[in-house]
Design a protein around this ligand. Sequence first.
Ligand SMILES: [Zn+2]
Length: 68
Amino acid sequence: MAILQGECPKCGKRVLHVNVEHIVGMVDGTSKARCLSYSCIHCNTIMGVQIDPRAKPRLRSSKPPAAS
Ligand SMILES: [Zn+2]
């Protein structure tokens, strides 16, 4: 039988829920992108980080939409 649920690599508990946090991706000391982190609810080990797919680039969002 296949194991459908993953297990936390640190505490070994099944990962049925994750803590999702908004974090900031840094490049050369400056914030470049909004990211999401996923961490175990039992031991807070981070299992994954990705760039927030809903976030827009900062430079583009600060510009007015229709300049001319
Ligand atoms: Zn864990």
